[in-house]
Write a new protein. Structure first.
Lengths: 277, 571
């Protein structure tokens, strides 16, 4: 039987051995840098580095390709909107009064500058999306839970998070079962348009929610019998200890963020016209 | 003998209910005993179990009368978490009670909640895993385990707390025979070697008779009878009148006794029963029972040619399977979990594409048909009917498929009414399907399928999670459909239920068909069945022993058939 499972990388690497809190720091710093930079060159390099790191630590190419495929229509729309309609902002950023025409459709001009700004936003989103598997898939879920608790995240929230990860594959399998049941009752889903398909997917909500409610009632019972109270002062089987390397990396990344901010405001590194205009 | 738990005139009323679920129950559970609890659905068995760890009434509220003490502590005076130290609980569905993301975390969960030091938790994990024979699986995800292994993990997690009392509520009802055997063997071993007191609710009469020290019958919230398995299960007539299933060996000897043949006593275990056969052999006159034949018209309805299927994970689920199913057959597909039963049936429905080979429905290759096209020819009833219900009234549920298939309104109305009538659901047509009982919900799904007028209906584990009465009711529906001319395919682990219904049996193992034969000969392929970890019903084993004693084979299948071969009058 096919089953859905939470994905974790198989490769043991320096990155997998880092504490989750260190990885969270890396994620926050990279996200802030991605937010700060407007240059498509700097943003592109950052996206490339994050994607490369993901592949090096063992995230599967297929996974990144699926993300790209899923995001492609949105990215194209973004590029077109930015190319055609983002005029004032790029004029301000480049100091130009006239933009370079890349394409003309009727009276509408798609500018090179607007398109480049669109690319910058695409790289921002891709960096933020690619950093998630790099951090999450390289961390054992149990260590993630202990780490989050040590980071003072309330244990009840951490428990809900971990239970969701455990129940998600079950619900995904159940959803597929319900859709199959509808197909077996003459529903030709393969011949439907997107809108009709969306309506069909909406109908699975009823049995799915009812099943989830029934599951949660049973879960309540099980939790009671297992002395669960949400008390954060419980003991933990797994340990989460910050080592010297963790502190060093956290320090390096905070310094990196400061350097990026200083260079951005002082020398314009990472600003939109950087290395282009 | 020391008492570990005591109920004194306990009555209980759930907050939303007007009827007492438990009525004036007084019960002493002795330290180190294995107490079995049996009773029909709704008798209050689960509520009684939950009373023993304080969840009733502390978690549910409601009105509680009388006293319940466990390990000397009043269940009303201490929080539920206190009882978690003394009472371990294992529930019916292994999926719903495993919370953690790894085996070791599952075991550690309760201990962590009870603030047991980390070093102690680490020390206990290998011990309890060894006790349930799951050594070396610490890092595995629970989803990677088989049903039996999951249930054993749930037991290990309960055991880690070192409880004085272990409660198991229908722990084997969702498992295949191997899983069920594993669980019973583990429980008995824990009871015998560690002295843990066991309270177990189960419909598995044969296993309860073998393992329990005492059996209590709960009916309408009251303990109606309590005694040794021999005292309880030998009362065959009483059990049958109360919709409870006695072990087949007891049923067989009770029927023989009704022929005015003295059996001495009514045995409740197979071992006792086989030992009693020798003195009875002089009364045994085997009659030659014919195999129920199945028709083989010229062209099959379903034809499977050299079918193989390998999942993306690399698991070979089917290998070179060939099979013909003809119109009007009642076919039973059996085999342990992972034998390839469901994978095979999913190819009939086009829910899976073959890696090699082909499936034909009425001569047409299945790959040319969509799942919705196929629904006109073949209907599928899943194990959990709730996953097949997505409309707000019974009527809409039944007409759902007809509307999808584009039938005119008049035809939709006619066929919907006919199907509802056939399943006895006309009066419930305006109700929400989920407001009906589980058995009736299954009938709604069957009615919905019936409305499409398929020639074939597949039932995937229809009796799993049902009590004896519920299982029989669903199988009676399959008989009704078969009599209507439908071809019926049933996948089940409950072999003892099927002789009255099925004609032909496919035994599957490791993705291949090990045997395709009429039920009478298939059930007597004892060695082959054991190869795929299936145990034939006790009646078949008694029949085998009788054949050895008398020198006459007659391949009997049911207690009734065996009893009919005993005749006092001829002497």
């Amino acid at each position: 039987m096919q089953s859905f499972n939470w994905q974790t990388v198989e490769r043991d690497s320096f990155f997998t051995r880092l504490d989750f809190r260190t990885k969270l720091t890396i994620m926050i710093v990279i996200t802030l840098i991605a937010f700060t930079w407007e240059s498509p060159i700097a943003g592109g390099m950052l996206t490339f580095l994050v994607a490369l790191s993901s592949l090096l630590v063992g995230v599967k190419v297929n996974y990144l390709a699926t993300i790209l495929k899923f995001m492609l229509p949105f990215q194209l729309i973004l590029l077109i909107i930015m190319g055609f309609f983002n005029i004032e902002q790029v004029k301000h950023l480049t100091g130009k009064t006239e933009l370079t025409t890349l394409l003309m459709i009727g009276n509408s001009k798609m500018s090179v500058e607007g398109t480049l700004y669109g690319l910058n936003i695409i790289f921002k989103t891709l960096t933020m999306v690619f950093i998630v598997p790099l951090v999450i898939f390289t961390t054992d879920l149990n260590k993630m839970i202990v780490s989050l608790t040590k980071a003072r995240v309330p244990y009840k929230i951490v428990f809900i998070f971990s239970s969701t990860l455990r129940l998600f594959p079950l619900l995904a399998a159940e959803s597929k079962g319900i859709i199959d049941a509808q197909r077996l009752r003459g529903l030709a889903i393969e011949r439907m348009g997107w809108l009709k398909k969306a309506r069909v997917y909406a109908t699975i909500a009823v049995p799915l929610i009812l099943n989830a409610m029934s599951k949660s009632q049973k879960l309540d019972l099980v939790l009671q019998s297992k002395a669960f109270s949400g008390d954060p002062n419980r003991t933990f089987l797994h340990e989460s200890v910050l080592k010297f390397t963790d502190y060093l990396i956290m320090f390096c990344f905070v310094v990196l963020l400061l350097v990026v901010i200083v260079l951005y405001f002082w020398l314009g590194v990472g600003k939109f016209p950087w290395l282009i205009y | 003998m020391e008492i570990i738990a005591q109920l004194d005139k306990v009555s209980y009323l759930y907050p939303s209910s007007s009827d007492l679920v438990l009525k004036n129950i007084s019960l002493e559970i002795r330290k180190g005993e294995f107490l079995g609890i049996i009773g029909p659905t709704g008798a209050g068995k689960t509520t009684l179990c939950l009373t023993l760890n304080g969840i009733v009434p502390q978690f549910y509220g409601g009105r509680f009368f009388g006293y319940a003490t466990v390990a000397g502590l009043d269940t009303l005076s201490y929080p539920v978490s206190t009882f978690a130290r003394y009472v371990g609980a294992v529930f019916e569905d292994p999926e719903n009670q495993l919370l953690a993301t790894s085996v070791e975390n599952e075991i550690a969960f309760t201990l962590e909640n009870l603030k047991v030091p980390r070093e102690e938790i680490i020390a206990r994990i290998p011990r309890v895993l060894a006790a349930v024979r799951l050594e070396g699986m610490e890092k595995k995800q629970p989803s990677e385990l088989s049903g039996g292994q999951k249930q054993r993990l749930a037991i290990a997690a309960a055991l880690a707390v070192q409880p004085a009392l272990l409660i198991l509520d229908e722990p084997t009802s969702q498992l295949d025979p191997v899983g069920s055997k594993e669980v019973f063997a583990t429980i008995k071993e824990l009871n015998r070697s560690l002295g843990i007191t066991i309270v177990m609710v189960s419909h598995a009469a044969e296993e309860m008779a073998e393992n329990a020290d005492r059996i209590a019958i709960l009916r309408e919230g009251m303990i109606e009878k309590i005694g040794t398995p021999a005292e309880i299960y030998s009362q065959v007539e009483y059990l049958e009148q109360n919709a409870l299933r006695p072990p087949q060996v007891a049923q067989t000897f009770a029927l023989i006794a009704r022929e005015r043949i003295s059996t001495g006593k009514i045995p409740v275990t197979l071992k006792e029963g086989l030992a009693l056969l020798e003195p009875l052999k002089s009364y045994y006159r085997p009659s030659s029972l014919e195999s129920t034949s199945y028709s083989s018209p010229t062209s099959p309805l379903i034809s499977v040619k050299n079918l193989s299927h390998t999942y993306l994970s690399g698991t070979k689920a089917l290998e070179n399977v060939s099979l013909d199913i003809h119109s009007g057959e009642y076919l039973l597909i059996i085999g342990q979990n992972g034998a390839g039963k469901s994978t095979l049936v999913k190819h009939f429905l086009n829910l899976l594409s073959s890696t090699k080979g082909q499936v034909f429905i009425e001569g047409r290759p299945i790959e040319n048909l969509s799942v919705s096209d196929l629904s006109r020819s073949i209907g599928y009833v899943a194990q959990n009917p709730d996953n097949q219900i997505f409309n707000i009234t019974v009527e809409k549920e039944v007409s759902f498929a007809l509307t999808n298939l584009g039938y005119p309104v008049k035809v939709v109305e006619e066929r919907t009414s006919e199907s509802l009538a056939a399943m006895g659901l006309l009066e419930s047509r305006h109700l929400h399907p989920l407001s009906l009982s589980k058995g009736d919900r299954a009938r709604v799904v069957i009615a919905a399928i019936l409305a499409m007028e398929p020639k074939i209906i597949v039932f995937d584990e229809p009796t799993t999670g049902q009590d004896y009465q519920g299982a029989k009711a669903i199988l009676e529906v399959t008989r009704q459909l078969h009599q209507m001319g439908k071809t019926i395919i049933v996948i089940t682990h409950h072999l003892y239920l099927m002789p009255e219904y099925a004609q032909r049996v496919i035994i599957m193992g490791q993705g291949t068909i090990l045997l395709d034969a009429p039920i009478r000969s298939a059930y007597h392929e004892i060695d082959l069945l054991s190869k795929t970890y299936l145990t034939p019903p006790q009646a078949v084993l008694i029949s085998e022993d009788l054949a050895k004693l008398s020198g006459h084979r007659s391949d009997l299948l049911t207690p009734n058939e065996i009893a009919s071969c005993f005749n006092y009058a001829i002497f």
